[in-house]
Design a protein around this ligand. Structure first.
Ligand code: ADE
Length: 224
C-alpha cells in the first residue's frame, strides 16, 4: 500500500512515521509512505501557499493552485483509490474505516492547516473527509499520523501472530478485556485464577465475558 501525505509541516510527521510498527511495515516493503511538502508547489519564491479568506474572518486558507498542482502531480503517476482530507467537520474515524482503508492500494491524505483549504479543492478532488474526534488541532498532520498508524498495522503481514489485530479493542465491536503479566501477585492484587488455569476454553469464555462487561459499562453505544 502507498500513502502520499501532502502537508505544510512534514517535520510533524517524521517521528510518528519512522518508528515502531509503521517503520517496520515500510522496512518490510508492505507500506510506502511519502511526504509531499506543499511548499514545493508554492506560488512564489516566498513560499506562499495560503492567503486571507474572502469575506474576512480570522486565519489563513490554503490556496487552490498549490494543492491542485500537488494532487495533479501525484495523479499523473498512478491511480488513487481515495483522496482524504483531514478536517474536524469530517466523518469520525473508526476501526471499521481503518479496516476498509487498509485494503486500498494508493491513497492521498491532504492535511488541512490554519483555517483549512479552499472549498473548491474539496469539491474537485477530495473523496473522503475525515475527523479524528470532536476537538480542533492546529493542523491535520497529527490526524494523518493517527490514521496512517491505524491503517498500516492492519495491512496483512505487518503485525506478527502474537500481536494480531484481531484481538484489538473495537475489532469485534467490543472493548478488549483486561490483560495481566508476571508477577501473578502485585501489591496484594492477584491475577484472576482462570488465566493461570491452562484451561483454554475457560480462558476464552472469561475474556469474552470481561470484554462484554467492560463494553456495557464504558461504551454501551457500541452494543447498539
Ligand atoms: N484538523 C484539525 N482538527 C482536526 C480533527 N479533529 N480531525 C482531523 N483533522 C483535523
Amino acid at each position: 500500500m502507498r500513502i502520499d501525505i501532502i502537508t505544510v509541516q512534514p517535520a510533524l510527521l517524521d517521528g510518528p512515521l519512522n518508528h515502531s510498527m509503521v517503520k517496520r511495515a515500510q522496512d518490510k516493503g508492505m507500506a510506502e509512505i511519502n511526504l509531499i511538502n506543499l511548499r514545493d508547489y508554492a506560488l512564489n519564491r516566498y513560499g506562499q501557499v495560503d492567503d486571507y479568506p474572502f469575506g474576512g474572518g480570522a486565519g489563513m486558507v490554503l490556496m487552490c493552485e498549490p494543492l491542485a498542482n500537488a494532487i495533479e502531480d501525484l495523479k499523473a503517476q498512478r491511480q488513487y483509490d481515495d483522496i482524504i482530507y483531514t478536517t474536524p467537520d469530517g466523518h469520525t474515524w473508526n476501526q471499521q474505516m481503518a479496516n476498509a482503508m487498509s485494503l486500498k492500494q494508493n491513497i492521498i491524505i491532504l492535511c488541512g492547516h490554519y483555517k483549512g483549504i479552499d472549498e473548491r479543492i474539496r469539491t474537485l478532488y477530495v473523496t473522503q473527509e475525515i475527523s479524528i474526534g470532536d476537538y480542533v488541532l492546529t493542523g491535520g498532520e497529527l490526524a494523518a499520523a493517527i490514521m496512517t498508524d491505524s491503517i498500516v498495522r492492519l495491512i496483512p503481514g505487518v503485525l506478527g501472530n502474537e500481536e494480531s489485530a484481531l484481538s484489538d479493542s473495537f475489532q469485534d465491536g467490543l472493548l478488549a478485556p483486561p490483560v495481566y503479566t508476571r508477577p501473578s501477585e502485585f501489591k496484594g492484587l492477584k491475577v484472576p485464577d482462570v488465566l493461570l488455569s491452562g484451561n483454554f476454553k475457560l480462558i476464552e469464555e472469561w475474556k469474552l465475558n470481561e470484554a462484554e462487561n467492560r463494553t456495557k459499562i464504558r461504551r454501551p453505544d457500541l452494543l447498539k
